[in-house]
Write a protein that binds this ligand. Sequence first.
Ligand SMILES: Cc1cc2nc3c(=O)[nH]c(=O)nc-3n(C[C@H](O)[C@H](O)[C@H](O)COP(=O)(O)OP(=O)(O)OC[C@H]3O[C@@H](n4cnc5c(N)ncnc54)[C@H](O)[C@@H]3O)c2cc1C
Length: 386
Amino acid sequence: MNLREIALVRTNFRSVTETPNGRDRLSNSFYGLLFGENPMFRQLFPATMEHQRDRLVDAIQIVLDHLEQPDIARGFLEQLGRDHRKYGVDGSHYAAAARALHGALRAYTGPAFWTDSIDQAWWHVATLISDSMASGADTDDMPSHWDGTVVDHRRVLDDLAIVRLRTDTPIPYEAGQYLSVRTPQRPRMWRYLSPAIPSNPHGEIEFHIRRISGGWVSPSMVNETRVGDRWSLSSPLGGLKVDLDSGDDVLMIGSGTGIAPLRAQIMEMSSRGINPRVHLFVGGRHPCDLYDLYTMWELAMVNPWLTVVPVSEEENDPWWHVEPPREHPIGMHQRLVGPIGKVVASFGAWTDRQIQIAGSPRMVAETTQELLAAGTPWERIQHDPV
Ligand SMILES: Cc1cc2nc3c(=O)[nH]c(=O)nc-3n(C[C@H](O)[C@H](O)[C@H](O)COP(=O)(O)OP(=O)(O)OC[C@H]3O[C@@H](n4cnc5c(N)ncnc54)[C@H](O)[C@@H]3O)c2cc1C
């Protein structure tokens, strides 16, 4: 696509995302057209479409953000196409999706503003999306999903559980990637989770799961999971990764269960002899929320390249937390207090680091903002789609 076409689709799409209800209207129109033309597709999707709607608009945004680097956009879409096989969607379904997307954007924009140039530019984007997703779905040898048995479920905080599974066959994910997961308690709802340990030949996998109040799935994962439950896990996604060839040191910032993909990468790095220096800031709301700090500290003790800095938003535990605070290990950096992004940015811009941020959508947005304001170059920062 040329620069003019790229500018046209971006401006047109901003009118969707910046208008109240624009996201919902566009995705309702897309799924309306898709299911209208192909009624049998409806049964491939979950009963509640709320998540799908959000993800559609988010995925288009990611593609538009990378139109100057089409390889990145294609890589992302191919992963998405592989992942969608869990719904029974294959490469033959994507031409209809391209028509529905193009039609939904035309309907949203209205005839007064839908020029021939916009029509053509969006057609290029729609075919980039459908061709790449079809290629991901059709050219992959991996199964559409794996099954595994829960072997351990431990509540480490009232609203947070560590769940360990053994999959029937190992899943070849890279440390730092995430997977889509389905549980027997919510059989038609998939949610993304990041493995907290690297892939291994025994099929062992560990997830750290926070209960989101009012959520459809996470409360049942935290409250109702039992040893012996069978979970399904789909193709690995995402590309959080330390570039070992660059020689640059690393800054990792993880809050809550966001520690999981960082921890998996650090564990993987521990098995290598030479690594860049890694500064890991581990955050939580209260001191008691730093549930995995001691594992990270043990890793730091045997890996001189790793520095762990605990951060909590609040100085003290809440009054209802009854357990006494654990002793601060001698030699561990003292706990810093404040919003994690502000704390990290108070040390400077970290311009020479490869930077990874993982946590809730709010934490990722705020930390990115703080770093950019401190002068960190945008292209140095990596995070998963939120
Ligand atoms: C790349 C990626 C990796 C992820 N890895 C993990 C992980 O390792 N562990 C983990 O526990 N979760 C992880 N999540 C979040 C997880 O996929 C679910 O979104 C989360 O568990 C909520 O699902 P739910 O069905 O309970 O809530 P939903 O019913 O989907 O949502 C209910 C409400 O909660 C809001 N909400 C959803 N997630 C959050 C959040 N994190 N913070 C605040 N509000 C939220 C929604 O916007 C919605 O308004 C990850 C998400 C992504 C995108």
